[in-house]
Design a protein around this ligand. Sequence first.
Ligand SMILES: Cc1ncc(C[n+]2csc(CCOP(=O)(O)OP(=O)(O)O)c2C)c(N)n1
Length: 328
Amino acid sequence: MMATSGLDADTARSILSTMVRIRVFEGRVEELFAQGKLPGFVHVYLGEEAIAAGVCAALHADDYITSTHRGHGHAIAKGIGLSAIMAELHGKATGACRGRGGSMHLADFSIGMLGANGIVGGGFGIATGAALSARYRGTDQVAVCFFGDGGINKGTFHEAANFATVHRLPVIFACENNQFAQFTARHRTTSVDDLSERAAGYGMRGFTVDGNDPGAVYAATAEAVAVARQGEGPTLLNLMTYRFGGHYVGDAEVYRDRADVESRKEADPIGRWEAELLDVGVLTEDDRSRLWEAARSEVAAAEKFAEESPDPDPVTALDDVFTGAGDG
Ligand SMILES: Cc1ncc(C[n+]2csc(CCOP(=O)(O)OP(=O)(O)O)c2C)c(N)n1
């Protein structure tokens, strides 16, 4: 049984729609990358959609998030349009960052998406700083820092967790515990089994949540957000999930058992959420097919937009580059 209780029907459906949009988008990105159509490198989020969708549904439009190298799902859930993301992945001038960022540096500050990040653990300081800025400016904004189970072993986690707790900053540390850091299983690199236990070392609240149940993710985030807005400080959420694919598109995946991967895919968080919503009567089969169809059309339109968009003009290469005194 999943946790739809407490969620209104619109939110439950909207979370499903976000998950489906991420799934269809990422599926296409994987194909385009394999065809050599995307420059750079991509890490996809297939199987982890419940986290981005559940967390971001519990945020206000002006709240902040920081993301990771696996950031397309976060960008979609926070509200960057699929065309702007797809064009960015194609390196086009119409992309979210005008083709300068690509997959690992997707950002849109105007909607609080402070950036994907090629540096593992790079978001801790940024999210904590954003939360500090909200405190200084007297707003009720919160910042969510998405990171992986590998990222929790970075020194930056320790620094940010300690600082945020001492100053009771409105930040939520959302660990996407997909069991692997690159090609290494979590138990081989991490001293505790339950990552939420790490919170106690900082005097922080910490919880382990089924990260494949978007209702549970939403509820845990909503509670952490309410606590943060009241000035009660940060929360660590250990969101248990599993990535369906390899670390990156093209990973030979020799480090994990195929049977385990296949059984995890059968427990697909989207299928589970659909079944739950159909069961409680907030979704019909028709709604369900319309949702998937709409996502496919949206992704196809985004791809067409990206393909037809111009490359950045080389003359603009130094725009937005700050070189020091006088011209910044
Ligand atoms: C500072 C730094 N060290 C190493 C890397 C190489 N690297 C990229 S992703 C990754 C693993 C990250 O694992 P995790 O944080 O669990 O995220 P996941 O890929 O599982 O989503 C590593 C080591 C990097 N990008 N940055």
